[in-house]
Design a protein around this ligand. Sequence first.
Ligand code: PLP
Length: 440
Amino acid sequence: MANKYAKVNTIIPGNKSRAVLEQWRNNEADKLGYQAAVALERGEGAMLFDVDGNAFHDWTSGVLVANIGHAHPKLTAAISEAASKFLNVYEFINPYRAQAAEDLVKAAPKHLDCCFFTSTGSEATDTAARLMKKITGKFEIVSMFGGFHGRTIATAGLGGLSKIKAKMGPMVAGSLRVPYPYCYRWPFRQKKETCGFLCLEFWDDIIRANSSDSMAGLIMEPYQGSAGFLFPPDGFLPLVEKWARGKGMLFAIDEVQSAYGRTGWQWASDREGLKPDIITVGKGIGCGVPVAALLLKKDQIKDLGRGDLGSTYGGNPVSCAAVSVVLKIMKEEDIIANVKRIEKIFLKRLKEIEEKSKFAGEIRGRGLVYGIELVNDKSTKEPSPEKTRMLIDICAQNGLLVGSVGTFGNVIRVAPPLIINEEQAYESLDIMEACIKELT
Ligand code: PLP
């Protein structure tokens, strides 16, 4: 049956895409991750259109950014209105900034009563690490194997993925990395069912061997995105919080990717009742307009001085207009209810795809964020970054745009805009099911 939404009428890349890609490659460093070879012209809701007139389902949302969909008219109107007044007034406070701060704090978990705006997620997590050191007067930060908090030297150093720090020499001193439950590839070679939380037990050994007794804080993602959409077993995160508190550390959750309904919860950390001292947010809070923030406790930062926080673009009027209108849209359109509705469709169909496909080693996730981990053989679990790239191309040719992540580069990102409707969900899942069958 013909698709209602996706329509691809050219070989990918089409001629116009080819020309744009060539112009781009001639001038900007072509060192981005692997993407389908399409040059995009515009987006609308959960769909993207290339310069050749092809229409694609978007399972990327940028990179889990465009939660309210592409070109939402209320978002474009709000940022245009702010831009027509001013784009930047640095630390001069203006109504957009005051309103955005109030709106964000109102939406925050109750125990966090102030925020600070930055421009990127990396800047927010870097600031979180700086604050944890400054507040405690200690310098060690515990972070996770497989963690991703950004690409600057400091945030890459906090992270637990080697590719972004390869050949860069020593990172920031004081990073203590501990294993995160990658249950499909259990680091302690235990069976999922009987392992308990062995990796967490091992954390104490790591600290005993490596800490110089100066532990400032712990930072982690509630599920790991870049490592391949790894969701810790229920009960793990509260134990981590307890562990951190027991060591007298501050506890920070990096929700740059997971917040604002992506997992079916406004805050992923709410699902298990966590009470972090700091939450970092980004991506979905501006839904494409560059803005990120830290959620904090006033009491905890009371001893900081003037100028201890600052950012050239953080809190600019246009970004702040976006923060306020995105929260409004999420409420008006009850976007989290849509996530819960569509989640059921994705869970069921992805499970079927996992069972039927020879190469889908594991498909995991919740809400509207899933990873399809591709392997050459389900019994050896040998990662297949080659099949992952192949699937990206096959999907694009059939009207579905996906990206990849993963410690081994073998996980397909399934992260459509949160406003995707039922028909689009079914159609895009049909496309994925057909494409994964084409893998050899
Ligand atoms: N933290 C997490 C959990 C992320 O997923 C990302 C980006 O992917 C970042 C931090 C860095 O954000 P940005 O790319 O906006 O600097």
